[in-house]
Design a protein around this ligand. Structure first.
Ligand code: GLA
Ligand code: GLA
Length: 640
């Protein structure tokens, strides 16, 4: 891939169109400033119409057309949607749900991630493509599979069960260790034979939480193994071509992306912010920060987003004038070196025909195409930004095992991870402070402030890491229900929060989740709801107490000087204003400066390399640092 520009392009599915249309496509791509397309994503059925029989004719032609036009190709291995014959000849490759239903072909991603038959067939196809196109001048990057786990995150078939046992043997060695990890003395769940170890299928009541948790880990690894199997052969056959797969920026813990990151030569993000959601840009900022952080700060690709309406969230509201431009610039501001859309030309048939594209059903003489072409020209002029970095003084801790664990059944209160992350991230965004998204075991030494939303599950290594960070002079802001269990969902005994009691200088004697609609006052101002910890300080200073409710008079928010740093603890969920005040206070304490002072509400300021991006999400014109911004406008200042 050329790294001398911000790439611009789309998913290209020429197999849905005639060769005359391909020529028109190339002409329009040049007009729109397209530099790259990702191509062949759902082509398995056409490329390999029968097992081992290949038809590359149309692919050859399109590769050449793109190459001649100077458009780079992110070539998909096409393995996300198996051909009809695979399901017919090998029905055991079809995934099975928790309830024991074997799914049918007829949509996409209908494969069991553990299936050796699927994996072998997928690898065979990848090998054929690498042999044929490995030396093609248009080939820039491999796009393996597509959105692993988008529809099928877990399969509960017998093949998966056997694969799970193998995975567990590697993790635990023997059954004694497994029984201990899964707390199987509870409810007579002890297993004495590996044959009795099963996936967490449908059960009469609450399932074993450690088994559930391990199944999520195993399933993430099974998907990763599919990706790695293809990656391995591509690395052998085309060692100079980078390899990636597109992962999803959305509020679903599909797979433990942090454990996948080392296998991406470049991180690729698919993101579909909802035009109807007034806070969509804040969530999007979080996912962009996460992608940049997954790559260790290296630029990533925004491989898919929508030019306008998204087809699976009715009513499908289009993006108003300027919104696509604004959101696309946000990606570049936060570290993306590519803006790409699903898809180039809106499909005439099939399940997603009402999804917006660059070329609409009515052609290219319309608002969407004109806006996209305008953006293409703008990004071409921004080529100097490619490769440059975004710096962050603050990190937010985000962990998939914790996410899975927090959403298991029968917790003391219902915590939704998306809401919890947003509650901590949004006030930082509003203060125009740039944030990295890190795992609890990451090196934190570069950060002035580390924010930890509800880290219920943590490993000993994570607990030591956070402790060491504060001891060394770091400032930590941590929310309730953290440090409660180990990686097997076993309580850390001896007083909550077992992992952080000393660091926080307190004990939580009991959890008092609040009922829906119930809120309590805080002596620091404002109110709180959802949850109230009964905090007993053991050295921590009390910043605020509850003024009402079951714990009136007892501490709600504390701060503990520990080593050279401080650890601030929120035993409850403060309202938005109170939370913003707390975050401001933590930023002051840690001496974190915003990207720019005096930025009005609804405006985002981000610095990437020597460029300053000012993005106005509001409906009103604003003036920032002497620059006038129309509603939904973005201004990029170079050399600032
Ligand atoms: C029932 C069961 C117990 C326990 C409790 C609490 O009474 O008999 O084993 O599960 O509910 O849930
Ligand atoms: C995902 C897929 C695309 C398409 C889009 C739009 O991102 O990767 O193939 O289905 O969603 O729905």
């Amino acid at each position: 891939m050329k790294h001398d520009r911000v790439h611009f392009g789309a998913d290209y599915n020429p197999e849905q169109w005639s060769p005359e249309v391909w020529r028109e496509d190339i002409r329009l791509m040049r007009e729109a400033g397209v530099t790259i397309v990702t191509f062949g994503v759902f082509s398995w059925g056409l490329v390999e119409p029968e097992p081992g029989v290949y038809d590359f004719g149309w692919l050859d032609e399109v590769m050449d057309l793109l190459g001649d036009a100077g458009i780079e190709v992110s070539l998909a291995t096409g393995t996300a949607s198996p051909p009809a014959w695979l399901s017919r000849l090998h029905p055991e490759t079809l995934p099975v749900t928790r309830d024991g239903v074997r799914l049918s072909p007829g949509s996409r991603q209908h494969y069991c991630p553990s299936s050796p038959v699927y994996r072998e067939a997928a690898v065979n196809l990848a090998v054929q493509l690498a042999k044929r196109y490995g030396g093609h001048p248009a080939l820039a990057i491999w796009h393996v599979g597509n959105e692993y786990g988008c529809h099928i995150q877990e399969c509960y078939c017998e093949v998966s069960a056997a694969d799970f046992r193998t995975w567990l043997r590697e993790r635990y060695g023997d059954l004694d260790a497994l029984n201990a990890a899964w707390s199987t003395t509870f409810w007579s769940q002890r297993v004495a034979d590996w044959a009795d170890v099963l996936p967490p299928r449908a059960t009469p009541t609450l399932r074993n939480p450690a088994q559930d948790l391990d199944y999520r880990r195993f399933s993430s690894d099974a998907l990763l193994a599919c990706y790695r199997a293809e990656r391995e052969v591509l690395q052998q056959l085309t060692p100079d071509v980078p390899i990636t797969t597109n992962i999803m920026g959305m509020w679903e813990p599909v797979a433990d992306y942090a454990s996948w990151a080392a296998d991406f030569d470049v991180v690729a993000l698919d993101i579909y912010p909802e035009p109807k959601d007034p806070g969509a840009h804040i969530d999007a900022a979080f996912f962009h920060d996460q992608m940049r952080s997954l790559g260790g700060g290296r630029p990533y690709l925004m491989m898919e987003t929508a030019t306008s309406a998204i087809s699976y969230r009715p009513p499908n509201r289009p993006k108003r004038d300027g919104l696509n431009r604004l959101w696309s610039h946000q990606a570049v501001a936060r570290g993306a070196d590519a803006v790409m859309y699903f898809q180039w030309r809106a499909s005439a048939g099939g399940a997603e025909k009402f999804h917006s594209a660059i070329v609409s059903h009515g052609g290219a003489d319309n608002r969407i195409f004109r806006e996209v072409a305008g953006l293409g020209a703008e990004l071409a002029a921004l080529s100097g930004i490619a490769g440059s970095r975004v710096r962050a003084d603050v990190a937010i801790v985000h962990d998939y095992a914790n996410w899975w664990a927090l959403e298991l059944d029968a917790r003391p209160g219902e915590l939704k991870v998306p809401e919890r992350v947003r509650a901590h991230y949004a006030p930082l965004w509003r203060e125009n402070v740039t944030v990295d998204v890190v795992t609890p075991e990451a090196d934190l030494s570069a950060y002035k402030l580390v924010v930890v939303p509800n880290l219920y599950l943590c490993t000993d290594a994570a607990a030591d890491n956070l402790r060491g960070y504060v001891e060394g002079g770091g400032h930590l802001l941590m929310s309730f229900f953290s440090g409660i269990v180990d990686e097997c969902d076993r309580i850390r005994l001896g007083g909550y929060p077992g992992a952080f009691r000393e660091l926080l200088g307190l004990q939580v004697e009991e959890f008092w989740p609040l009922s829906e609609g119930e809120s309590v006052g805080l002596t620091s101002g404002g109110s709180a709801d959802l949850w109230a910890d009964h905090v007993v300080p053991e050295g921590a200073e009390v910043l605020a107490a509850y003024t009402g409710g079951p714990l009136a008079g007892s501490p709600a928010i504390t701060r503990h000087a520990f080593g050279l740093g401080t650890a601030t603890y929120l035993g409850t969920r403060p309202d938005e204003t109170a939370m913003r005040e707390l975050v401001r206070d933590a930023l002051r304490l840690a001496e974190v400066e915003p990207v720019l002072q005096g930025v009005p509400d609804g405006v985002e300021a981000v610095r990437r390399g020597t460029h300053l991006f000012l993005l106005n999400y509001g409906d009103r014109p604003v003036s920032v640092a002497g620059v006038e911004l129309a509603p939904h406008d973005v201004v990029v200042l170079a050399g600032s």
